[in-house]
Design a protein around this ligand. Structure first.
Ligand SMILES: Cc1cc2nc3c(=O)[nH]c(=O)nc-3n(C[C@H](O)[C@H](O)[C@H](O)COP(=O)(O)O)c2cc1C
Length: 208
């Protein structure tokens, strides 16, 4: 099928994109408003690393939501990793609670204070990236939020050999429709330097 985004509805193309750009990591974003009250928490799967040095991450608000309003007002947010065991709670925090209702309180999610920013961390999440707003970029009704990571907190029990271990982190991902993913088979392979490259066929004659 060849699909012209101009010839299908916004929603149909959105559904195509979210079903094909998969799996997406989930930023479970905590924020507070200017007054610091009613901490907000919502999952965002339009999320990735934008830059390494300085360390910048980004998430996209499709429409103007509480998370975006709070980030604009306070200049801060925390990206909490979305762990598999909190599946239902993470989904609960995507409910469109009225402005001023804290998802932490409504869903019953324990907080812990952040080190350098006002929004709290999710206590049960193994990773929290504390961010200061760098900038935003608007595309139609979507706003990309870029945050400079000023601090990372990683639970000791997900570390192995000084590094976060994927089998201990057990992050959820977002797929298309209402589908979510868990970490499946993990395969390892090291990159080959050109100096060691011996062509598409291995010395044993087997195809790659
Ligand atoms: C797994 C998952 C991923 C989501 N990703 C996004 C996203 O990337 N951007 C977005 O605007 N909404 C996303 N949503 C929907 C928001 O979480 C939802 O609209 C939420 O109510 C926004 O909360 P807020 O108004 O407190 O910011 C996602 C929902 C789920 C369940």
């Amino acid at each position: 099928m060849e699909i012209d985004p101009q010839k299908v509805s916004r929603n149909d193309f959105y559904r195509l994109l979210t079903a094909t750009v998969v799996p997406r990591p989930i930023a479970w974003v905590s924020t507070v408003g200017r007054d610091g009250a009613a901490a907000n928490l919502a999952p965002h799967s339009f999320f990735t690393i934008s830059a390494v040095s300085p360390p910048i991450v980004q998430f996209t608000s499709v429409g103007r939501k509480d998370s975006l309003r709070n980030v604009e007002a306070s200049g801060e947010f925390v990206v909490n990793l979305a762990p598999e065991e909190l599946f239902e709670q993470i989904n609960d925090t995507a409910t469109d609670f009225p402005h001023g209702v804290s998802e932490f309180e409504a869903v019953g999610i324990a907080t812990e204070p952040s080190r350098f920013v006002k929004p709290p961390r999710v206590a049960a999440s193994p990773v929290a990236l504390e961010c200061e707003l760098h900038s935003t970029l608007r595309f139609g009704d979507s706003t990309v939020v870029f945050g400079r990571v000023v601090h990372a907190a990683v639970a000791e029990d997900v570390m192995a050999d000084g590094h976060p271990d994927i089998r201990k982190l057990r992050p959820l991902s977002r797929l298309g429709k209402d589908e979510w993913g868990t970490v499946g088979e993990v395969r390892e392979i090291s990159r080959i330097r050109y100096a060691d490259w011996d062509g598409p066929l291995r010395s044993g004659g087997e195809a790659r």
